[in-house]
Design a protein around this ligand. Structure first.
Ligand SMILES: Cc1cc2nc3c(=O)[nH]c(=O)nc-3n(C[C@H](O)[C@H](O)[C@H](O)COP(=O)(O)OP(=O)(O)OC[C@H]3O[C@@H](n4cnc5c(N)ncnc54)[C@H](O)[C@@H]3O)c2cc1C
Length: 476
């Protein structure tokens, strides 16, 4: 039934104009009207309408699945931007890290969500897991590959493959898409339908659209939070997540560009007195011009997002550069090295057990004020201890938040307690659904944020599609 010639009615100053849906999948007649109060409704009784606010990953995936299951359903997506899927386009440095392929166990998968890790352990990923996402994209022509760290990308290394696939499905299924249209307000009419005020961008006349189902998938946009509030939801204050740490340290700056494959980093904040295990992370770290970055730092920024916000992004990082070397063995490694390489200059001979680069070893000596020109034979025990303390417990003062360009998300949004995760339907307003970043869910880096969008979009879309199908069958 996709793309069938069902007539649409456009009410303009109390007169009805019939618009044949065959004319275009982008409803050109709507954009042409200059009426200040146009009401778009649908004439066919069995034709139900789903409006999706937001043409991002969650909204488009949701729309496609709703239309797949309920082909009679009229599905209309509004996006305020010029192009839909704009974040998919720039994601993963233009490659789009679609999902994560290293989390076959959904319980482990849920642990990658600082907001949502408890709630997402249940039905959410069982209904649509990363494996399901990969299967869907693969069966729709997007070849995928899983990198060593679990990140899944299109084989083409281009986010366009994902966009082309989704947009081709939108077209084929007969989903209507309207860009440069911002949904300003949402309310429920006496007849129980949603009434939306839609404004063309740049600000023009307003149109009013009625819908039987509403899916809000507006990412982290303030307007999306406003729509949710208008329909009775509360909003957990949004704060940034996934960012780098600014550290002012002249010596560290000299290491800019150096990566450490495995460090253990602890974040200490004055406002956090209890022990939070997730504020200690192990993984790769990168030194940048302005401070520290890399997966281990981004994970800390995500788990510490709210505390860091509350601390004005000031805190202390304690870095263990040799996490696999025990403190006891570290001391004996240094003493043995001193005896064995007594005649060598300290700078020229770093104990190989530490696996450090010469550049970093030089940094360690400089930072502790130890001349690299002295011989191992003449190095004092105090100096050995101070080398040990830098390697095991190097302290950095964090004095701000950097901008990580590859991935950035917002913590906060519609609380998960206000929706049913097995349908994505609001517990407050029937037939209202949410998916994606608008929810108080955010993941660490590695494809987990898109997975939230795909899973939520799928669950909301299939629920709406099934409801529409049921209603269509019962009206026959
Ligand atoms: C630079 C960058 C790179 C990223 N890379 C990755 C990655 O590789 N892997 C990963 O998993 N995650 C990545 N993320 C995170 C990921 O992009 C988001 O989590 C994901 O896009 C959320 O999808 P969404 O559909 O919920 O929201 P969005 O993608 O933000 O889509 C929301 C849409 O709603 C529209 N909208 C908002 N309000 C209105 C309104 N009132 N009316 C009409 N339209 C509206 C917006 O224009 C937008 O198109 C990245 C994020 C950034 C910023």
């Amino acid at each position: 039934m996709a793309g069938a010639a069902t007539p649409l009615l456009l009410r303009q100053q109390h007169s009805f104009v019939t618009v044949n849906r065959f004319f275009s999948a982008s409803l050109p007649s709507l954009t042409q009207t200059k009426s200040s109060n146009t009401l778009l409704s649908f004439s066919s009784k069995e034709d139900q309408v789903l409006v999706v606010v937001g043409g991002g990953a969650a909204g488009i995936y949701g729309a496609i699945h709703a239309k797949t299951l309920g082909p009679h359903l009229t599905v209309l997506i509004f996006d305020k931007g010029r192009n839909p899927l704009s974040k998919v386009k720039i994601s993963g440095g233009g490659r789009c890290n679609v999902t994560n392929g290293h989390c076959a166990d959904n319980m482990i998968l849920a642990e990658n969500y600082p907001r949502g890790h408890k709630e997402l352990r249940g039905s959410f990923f069982n209904l649509h897991s990363p494996v399901d996402t990969m299967a869907w994209f693969t069966s729709h022509g997007v070849e995928l590959k899983t990198e060593d760290d679990g990140r899944v990308f299109p084989v083409s290394n281009s986010s366009s493959s994902v966009i082309d696939c989704l947009m081709s499905e939108v077209k084929q299924r007969g989903v209507f898409m309207q860009t440069k249209k911002i949904v300003k307000t949402a309310s429920v009419t006496n007849s129980g339908k949603f009434l939306l005020e839609v404004q063309k961008q740049p600000a023009d006349h307003a149109e009013h659209v009625e819908a039987d189902y509403l899916l809000i998938a507006t990412g982290s946009s303030q307007q999306g939070y406003t729509l949710a509030s208008q329909l009775g939801h509360s909003i957990v204050d949004p704060v940034p997540s996934l960012f780098t740490f600014k550290i002012e340290d002249l010596h560290l700056k000299e290491l800019s560009g150096v990566t450490f494959p495995k460090v253990k980093v602890r974040l200490k904040l004055e406002i956090v007195q209890r022990n939070i295990p997730q504020l200690t992370q192990v993984g790769p770290m990168l030194v940048t011009h302005w401070g520290l970055s890399g997966p281990v730092i981004l994970r800390l920024s995500a788990w510490g997002a709210r505390y860091l916000f509350g601390s004005a992004y000031k805190g202390r990082l304690i870095v263990d550069f040799v996490p696999d070397v025990h403190v006891g063995s570290l001391k004996s490694i240094l003493s043995n090295h001193k005896q064995k390489f007594a005649k060598q200059k300290v700078l020229n001979s770093c104990p190989p057990e530490f696996g450090l680069t010469k550049r970093f070893w030089s940094y360690v000596l400089e930072r502790q004020g130890i001349s690299g020109d002295i011989l191992w034979a003449s190095i004092s025990n105090i100096s050995l201890m101070s080398i040990g303390s830098v390697l095991k417990e190097c302290v950095y003062e964090v004095n701000g938040k950097g901008q990580f360009k590859d991935e950035f998300v917002t913590a906060g949004g519609v609380p998960l307690s206000e929706i049913s995760l097995n349908t994505m339907e609001s517990k407050i307003c029937p037939r209202l659904f949410f998916a994606g970043e608008i929810l108080n869910v955010d993941g660490v880096t590695g494809g987990f944020n898109f997975q939230n969008a795909w899973s939520g979009g799928f669950i909301a879309g299939t629920t709406i599609g099934a409801l529409a199908l049921e209603s269509c069958q019962s009206s026959k």
